[in-house]
Design a protein around this ligand. Structure first.
Ligand SMILES: Nc1ncnc2c1ncn2[C@@H]1O[C@H](COP(=O)(O)OP(=O)(O)OP(=O)(O)O)[C@@H](O)[C@H]1O
Length: 372
């Protein structure tokens, strides 16, 4: 399969506004790259540009180093799996998978061999001759994946492949696609607006907003070090707490941040935190993940504790989500459940300094992570 590279790709449908702007991105051979972002961010446009369904307005698209920007869809050898399966309802599982080979006039023996290999790979032996209409949504999607794989494409693209499924089917097919992708070393692009899907299936995630790439990295890297405020608020559920702050003081070993209500946080100067030095009064945004807002512990007298009033308690089984009002602003806190907390109660919380993210309020960039 091919490695795919987009170099400064742009797309304008109307000649004035850009659906995609200066997109540079690589999908490595054998990896699954997710394109993740809210509706209208340009995921489907990117997918269509890679497949050759839409032509690019600028830049280049390379497959294994070869410029395919001017090639039509058929010449790019890309297969697509859609959310609605797009199967032929009157045909059997076998014939649906065989279809791309039959229209290319493959020999009967070649069709048998290729389709049976795919049926084994996807463990569809039991329904080989069944009509696809009789299958569950999950099984139908496996057939459509089989149809995409049978002609050995250079790239397979999944366009919201789980959207039509219920929660249980999603979990099953998510892990099945991920297993298949790894086992067959498929170079694949997954388009999704669902962060759980991207996190659980993809090797790396490209987060997009308004046609512009915001960050591309593994899910763990994005979670630990979001590149900017958009990524910080888009990845994570419940989302990261974002609080206005100001740089109060800094020296060689620490920075002091002022938050609303007179609250202050001291952060150790992590390697790249030197970037925070100097500009006292600089407008910042402090980011704290809900699971990093912790109940104050007596043994942590070295860091400040703050009072908060509990607005609501949401029980989620193994943990509770608390909406807090504090002097520094509204905060979401995650605690182990059942916590026994009730709305109207007060508590004291602490924030571990090493878990605090700091963003520039104007550029929105993560100031602690930008040189990493
Ligand atoms: N055929 C088209 N003609 C004109 N504008 C289009 C066309 N297709 C998409 N757009 C515009 O391009 C931008 C990106 O759309 P796109 O469908 O790629 O986003 P998306 O992230 O896939 O959204 P969704 O998840 O809702 O499908 C949007 O502003 C959209 O209105």
């Amino acid at each position: 399969m091919a490695a795919v590279e987009l170099q400064g790709v742009s797309k304008s449908y109307d000649g004035t506004t850009f659906a995609i702007e200066g997109l540079s991105l690589q999908c490595r051979q054998g990896e699954m790259l997710a394109l993740l972002g809210p509706s209208g961010c340009g995921k489907s446009t990117t997918l269509k540009l890679i497949a050759g369904i839409e032509c690019i307005s600028g830049g280049r698209i390379l497959f294994n180093g070869k410029d395919v920007s001017e090639l039509d869809t058929a010449s790019r050898n890309v297969a697509m799996v859609f959310e609605d399966y797009a199967l032929y309802p009157h045909l059997s599982v076998f014939e649906n998978i065989a279809f791309p080979l039959r229209i290319r006039s493959y020999l009967h023996s070649e069709v048998q061999r290729a389709v049976d290999r795919i049926i084994d790979l996807l463990e569809l032996q039991d329904v080989r001759d069944a009509n696809v209409r009789k299958l569950s949504g999950g099984a139908q999607q496996r057939v459509s994946i089989g149809r995409a794989l049978v002609r050995e494409p250079d790239l397979i693209m999944f366009d919201e492949p789980l959207s039509h499924m219920d929660a249980a089917q999603k979990v099953g097919l998510r892990s099945e696609i991920a297993r298949l992708q790894k086992a067959a070393k498929l170079t694949s692009v997954l388009v999704t607006h669902d962060q759980t899907e991207a996190i659980s299936m993809a090797d790396r995630i490209a987060v997009m907003d308004k046609g512009v790439l915001q960050q591309v990295a593994t899910a763990a890297e994005i979670y630990a070090r979001p590149a900017n405020l958009f990524v910080a608020s888009f990845i994570g559920e419940p989302p990261m707490n974002l609080l206005p702050a100001e740089l109060l003081a800094s020296d060689a070993s620490a920075v002091q941040l002022a938050l609303a209500g007179g609250a202050q946080l001291a952060l150790p100067l992590v390697p790249h935190g030197a970037i925070l030095q100097g500009a006292t009064g600089r407008e910042l945004v402090v980011g704290i993940r809900p699971e990093h807002v912790r109940l104050a512990a007596p043994e942590r007298a070295d860091i400040p504790a703050f009072d908060a009033c509990i607005d609501t308690v949401e029980t989620r089984g193994d943990h509770d989500v608390l909406q807090l009002q504090s002097a520094m602003g509204p905060l979401v806190m995650e605690v182990g459940g059942p916590s026994g907390f009730l709305a109207g109660q007060t508590l004291r919380f602490q924030v571990e300094p090493r878990h605090v993210h700091v963003f520039d309020a104007k550029t929105t960039r993560n100031l602690l992570g930008e040189q990493a």
